[in-house]
Design a protein around this ligand. Sequence first.
Ligand code: FAD
Length: 357
Amino acid sequence: MSVVESFDVVIIGGGQAALAASYYLRRTGLSYVILDNGTQAGGAWVHGWDSLHLFSPASYSSLPGWPMPDTAEGSYPTREEVLSYLRRYEEHYALPIRRPVTVERVERTDDDHLKIHTQSGDFLGRAVIGATGTWSSPFTPDYPGRDVFTGTQVHSSHYWDATPFTGQRVLVVGGGNSGAQILAEVSLQANATWVTQDDPAFLPDDVDGRVLFERATARVLSQGDAAPIGGFGEIVMVPPVRAARERGALHAVRPFVRMTPTGVVWPDGREEAIDAIIWCTGFRPALRAFASLDVIEPDGLIRVNGQQAIKEPRLWLLGYGAWCGSASATLLGVGRVARSMIPQLVDWLAVPAQDTR
Ligand code: FAD
């Protein structure tokens, strides 16, 4: 397919990370475009479940330049409020987003560009920013017998609400914010058991995502660029999770040892019939588009220096979490990482054609 257009920078993915990068790129004079396979603004937020709330208040969940509108005192923005904010953010800054465009692969060319293959033609970029997120790469642990279980299995990325599980025996597997929020909701309508590797880590009631962000910031400041680990696995006591605790539903058990066609076998040998399992077991970075650059390591990550891929300096990664920028998978964190990354990208592009072989 012929080359459609050539840019200084091509951003792949059109969620919050792309918007944050775009906010700083638009001031540099570099030509750039955002390619997103979503059909609407919002990235992963489009797919969140109905009752999903941010775990930090609006004031701690803003992209650069334009604060997220405040919500009722003490409340956390709903998924709808986040989607509306991201949609209006794109419009407000008239960001150059093409959607739906799926990037199939990114390849090296014989000059200093990378070639971005899409279903609607190819693009060339002197640099590429990967902002493809994690939502399209859900992770489900491989328990023995998982493929013979005949009940319902759904990952949190495809969970909408508790209705389909009414009256059923349900396991909610995963001890993070998703697991806690979904357990809180499903336990109102089903016989739900929460399964976690370790005892869940709850933040105190008066502490929310702000503290997690401040801790991540403090770690960055104390360690320089070293990407801190952990921190966002702690559970914020948003109102539905607090209500579940009040009614004694926040009790977690350690995992089953294997699955059977009709249920699970617990460590003490007891078999239990189960109707459904909701896997709240997280995500992996959605990096498939970059596989042809031979930059993805066996652990599924790309080795970076800050945000720049070491094996392919024309590739920059944003928004995937601590490995490419502290708190970069959060609305506030990704703005801070983009603010430091874009000037580095501009400087890098300013240097005559890089010897990148
Ligand atoms: P995404 O939002 O996933 O956007 C990536 C975009 O790239 C998507 O539109 C995707 O379709 C597109 N894409 C992927 N591959 C391709 C391709 N090959 N070609 C073209 N387009 C492609 N963050 C907070 O700040 N506060 C919170 O309270 C919070 N709570 C959360 C609760 C849950 C349950 C979850 C799952 C996440 C939460 N997050 C929170 C994190 C936040 O939602 C994500 O980290 C964020 O959406 C990541 O933004 P992104 O732009 O990096 O990726």
